[in-house]
Write a protein that binds this ligand. Structure first.
Ligand SMILES: [Zn+2]
Ligand SMILES: [Zn+2]
Length: 324
């Protein structure tokens, strides 16, 4: 293919470093560059197949998107589940039998379907139809423009997800598309990506359309993409701690827990802004001493929870015994 690697001192853009051809050098995605260079070209595809071939790019994007999404979900999900998630929540009466297993199975089954329209949008990016750029110099306002784009990405996607999420709660769509995500009343980090494929794709559209509408640095886009996945895991981890000054502003796990429990509140993703504007803001019950942990403490005090000192591990007489 006549590719050449950059030396450390070479200041040219990544696209120039990996010379492919006139067309792909304009916009080929960073991830595709690296996976082609280190994996697909030497080990998978025949050397006669051009890296610029549309079919090859689509197949590569499907593999990268599916493996990448599953890796991010499982990796951050596991970290959060073992190190952040409070396992006493599994004793909550609304926690389902084998819930973690069911959340993971549902998420992994949906991801391949979700990846099909997602790859169509990635393909359009790779073919140069987005406003993604390689170098800070390409930004009209330099570093200020790059930092501003991060902030605007968060506010833009927060606003869009709020309205898409609200629309998904309309009775015409809820039952068919969004209800599977609300099966988990007491969510674990693995519920974060357990969506019907259409629901998951619709809620991810804002992330994909942003770089078609506004300029964005490619590495910043990749970073933000990973960040939003981590954030999605974090609002399902049942850890309600947020710095006091940000409690009113940030839509954290406490807010999203109430969304799973009470449906019509706290549709937002990062901020409480649109819930306040749209009249759907609810102060999290956990902040008022009425959250799932408080309920468990009450059950325990009344001797109605398995494992509590007064329950003696009995499962009868109205005691609540919940375990994975
Ligand atoms: Zn919802
Ligand atoms: Zn959720």
């Amino acid at each position: 293919m006549g590719r050449q690697r950059c030396s450390n001192s070479d200041q040219r853009s990544l696209s120039e470093c990996f010379h492919v051809n006139q067309y792909t050098a304009q916009a080929m995605d960073i991830v595709l560059h690296y996976t082609d260079y280190y994996f697909f070209t030497p080990y998978v595809y025949p050397s006669s197949w051009s890296e610029a071939g549309a079919l090859r790019q689509i197949i590569s994007l499907l593999v990268v998107t599916n493996l990448g999404a599953a890796a991010i979900y499982l990796l951050f999900g596991m970290f959060s589940y073992y190190f952040i998630f409070d396992h006493t929540l599994k004793k909550h009466p609304q926690y389902l039998p084998n819930q973690v297993q069911r959340e993971i199975q549902y998420a992994l089954k949906s991801m391949p379907w979700m990846s099909i329209p997602t790859v169509a949008l990635f393909f359009a990016e790779v073919r140069g139809h987005s406003k993604l750029y390689d170098n800070i110099d390409d930004s009209h306002y330099g570093w200020f423009g790059v930092i501003f784009s991060m902030v605007s990405f968060l506010f833009f996607t927060d606003m869009c997800i709020y309205w898409i999420h609200r629309f998904l709660h309309h009775r015409f769509f809820y039952k068919h598309l969004h209800k599977p995500h609300h099966i988990w009343k007491i969510a674990t980090p693995f519920a974060s990506h357990a969506f019907h494929p259409v629901d998951g794709f619709l809620q991810s559209i804002p992330y994909h359309i942003y770089p078609f509408l506004f300029p964005l640095h490619k590495l910043v886009y990749l970073g933000l993409y990973i960040f939003v996945n981590i954030w999605t895991v974090s609002i399902h981890d049942g850890n309600y701690r947020v710095p006091k000054v940000l409690e009113e502003v940030i839509n954290g796990a406490a807010h999203h827990t109430d969304h799973h429990l009470y449906f019509d509140y706290n549709y937002g993703q990062y901020f409480t802004l649109w819930d306040r504007i749209g009249g759907s803001y609810k102060c999290p019950s956990a902040f008022e001493g009425k959250g799932p942990h408080d309920y468990l403490r009450k059950l325990k005090a009344e001797g109605k929870l398995c494992g509590s000192s007064s329950s003696n591990g009995q499962t009868s007489n109205g005691k609540v015994c919940k375990e994975e």
